[in-house]
Design a protein around this ligand. Structure first.
Ligand SMILES: [Zn+2]
Length: 297
């Protein structure tokens, strides 16, 4: 390192970066956009077959105004095998329709674009943090190394699989709701409403998953960046709002080693670094040690 220690460190062994890197929100928006696209595919595929679905559910029920839920239940128990065969066939068709639509999406390429954007944004923030702390400019393309590529590739593969499983899982969930409603003797209108509700639930779940995955990628890149620069310690920074979990609040402002993560869950004793926990928005702010820096200047 060619940093003049008298200027920056003022005789100290180490300093903590004053700049707290920002979360790659623009990349997260793209991921959410992708998730919404996939949920839309599910919705469209499902809507295409709703009339057929209503037919299947309805054909067994003799519509009699005096008919009670109990009577419907009895009839449906009798007709279950026939209904179930039609239903399975219908869901196979919905799945096929969905897959055809998903094939047009070029998901792996889009995932790669999101991962690359995250990397660029994270490097930019890292550059800012180092620039403010040490007054030096680091190379951005330095972080295109083999190590980074491997980590990004793993994330891309994992998330490509993950996002493709979302509509499939959601569809399975809806099928379950239909069967349960059918057996319980719920009316077709009620079952349709249940499907709508499940769709909303699955959509929110998918959005949370996207945010979580972005947080994990950001955390991974941050760790790789810092270790690469010879940084051994970081200061834990929470987002300091009401959503920060108690166990992370406890860690705010404290310094930890990359080789020895603190306990992030006092109940289980599980350990971790900032951003690794589900939906965690905490940040690892680098502690720069005067004699242990390898920065690409
Ligand atoms: Zn956190």
């Amino acid at each position: 390192m060619k940093v003049d220690p008298h200027d920056v460190f003022k005789g100290k062994e180490e300093i903590t970066c004053s700049y707290v890197p920002k979360f790659p929100a623009a990349a997260e928006r793209e991921y959410l956009h992708l998730v919404n696209g996939y949920m839309r595919i599910l919705k469209e595929s499902l809507e295409e077959y709703i009339p057929k679905l209503r037919d299947i559910l309805r054909e067994d029920v003799r519509t009699d105004s005096k008919e009670t839920e109990k009577e419907r239940k009895r009839q449906r128990a009798e007709n279950f095998a026939r209904m179930s065969a039609s239903m399975e066939e219908l869901f196979r068709r919905i799945r096929r329709t969905m897959e055809q639509k998903m094939d047009l999406y070029d998901i792996a390429r889009r995932m790669r674009a999101i991962a690359n954007k995250t990397r660029l944004l994270t490097v930019k923030e890292w550059k800012k943090a180092i620039g403010r702390a040490l007054g030096i400019d680091i190379f951005e393309d330095y972080y295109l190394g083999e190590f980074f590529r491997r980590e990004l590739d793993a994330w891309i593969t994992q998330n490509t699989d993950l996002i493709q499983s979302i509509p499939h899982d959601a569809l399975g969930d809806m099928k379950r709701v239909i069967y349960e409603g059918y057996v319980a003797g719920r009316s077709v209108t009620d079952i349709s409403r249940d499907i709508q509700k499940r769709y909303q639930v699955n959509r929110s779940k998918a959005r949370l998953l996207a945010r979580d995955q972005m947080g994990k990628l950001n955390a991974e890149i941050t760790e790789a960046q810092q270790r690469d620069a010879g940084i051994r310690k970081y200061t834990w920074r929470t987002s300091k709002d009401s959503r920060v979990r108690k166990d992370h609040k406890r860690l705010e402002g404290r310094t930890f080693s990359w080789d020895d993560p603190p306990v992030v869950d006092t109940r289980t004793g599980r350990r971790g670094h900032p951003g690794q926990d589900y939906q965690c928005r905490c940040i690892a702010v680098a502690v720069l040690e005067r004699d242990n820096l390898h920065l690409p200047v």
